[in-house]
Design a protein around this ligand. Structure first.
Ligand SMILES: [Zn+2]
Ligand SMILES: [Zn+2]
Length: 275
């Protein structure tokens, strides 16, 4: 029997283990623990099963393998601008210093930015796309904790997405409820956003976030998840959209919620997404 601490540490590694993102050494450590700990082995099995369900639910046409590299090349291609003279260089340097300072000051006053900076890994930027809106609307902004009237939600969502609400509600566990739906803008980007509350004591906050994919962004071929601060983020790509479930539930509850919602979101986007 292992101590609780060892199990907790191991569970923090399980998702990375399933995605084969761990170093060989850490993988071996995980495997050693799993051999001697039936509870963690069972947890691994559960997560693997939910993942497989999800992957089957959201599998989409794969992006051509060289697309990402192509996009990156375009982004990296430097535009050479003739700029001469020491003053121009000094002025540019001064601008950079100012921008950096403003950035630092803004960040200190902005808890959203502070949390977004904690993400790491290959997919941090694209997972942050969803997390940003959850933080912006659900966590750090005043919103009514009372459910918004259905008619209000319809108006806030607009005709394209209003019909998604009852479909999502039908897939939620009994103690969860869609309390708000709107279109919003965070970080200059447009989102369609459902806020759900419920769970233990009604105190958990979940966002279903949809946003149109940009050409440089890809979550194709799978489910991606990360724990950031106290939040769990799961994202997948569906048609022209990136879809996320973000919450303060634990990792496997959050995944299960995504597993329940993903098929309905996919179908909806397939039927309604234009272009
Ligand atoms: Zn264990
Ligand atoms: Zn929002």
């Amino acid at each position: 029997m292992n101590t609780g601490g060892a199990c907790e540490k191991l569970r923090g590694h399980l998702d990375a283990y399933l995605s084969r993102e761990l170093s060989q050494e850490t993988s071996r450590e995980v495997e050693r623990h799993l051999e001697s700990c039936p509870q963690c082995a069972a947890e691994l099995e559960t997560r693997a099963r939910v993942r497989a369900q999800l992957q089957a639910a959201v599998r989409s046409t794969p992006v051509p393998p060289n697309l990402e590299a192509k996009v990156r090349r375009v982004l990296n291609a430097k535009v050479s601008r003739p700029r001469t003279g020491l003053w121009a260089v000094a002025a540019a340097a001064a601008v950079i210093v100012c921008v950096t300072l403003v950035g630092l000051l803004r960040e200190r006053a902005n808890p959203e930015q502070a949390i977004l900076r904690k993400t790491s890994g290959r997919l941090a930027a694209v997972l942050n796309v969803g997390l940003r809106d959850h933080l912006h609307c659900a966590v750090f902004r005043k919103y009514s904790k009372q459910p918004v009237a259905a008619r209000q939600m319809d108006a806030d969502l607009g005709p394209e997405f209003a019909a998604l609400v009852p479909l999502v509600q039908a897939k939620l566990p009994r103690d969860f409820r869609v309390i708000q739906g709107h279109r919003c803008i965070a970080g200059g980007r447009q989102y369609t956003h459902l806020i759900i509350s419920g769970g233990a004591g009604g105190g958990k906050l979940v966002s279903l976030v949809l946003t149109r994919k940009l050409p440089s962004e890809s979550l194709s071929g799978g489910i991606y998840q990360a724990g950031v601060d106290r939040f769990q983020v799961v994202g997948f790509q569906s048609h022209d959209y990136l879809a996320y479930v973000i919450s303060d539930l634990d990792a496997s509850q959050n995944l299960q919620l995504e597993a329940a919602l993903a098929p309905v979101v996919r179908e909806y986007l397939a039927a309604h997404a234009t272009g």
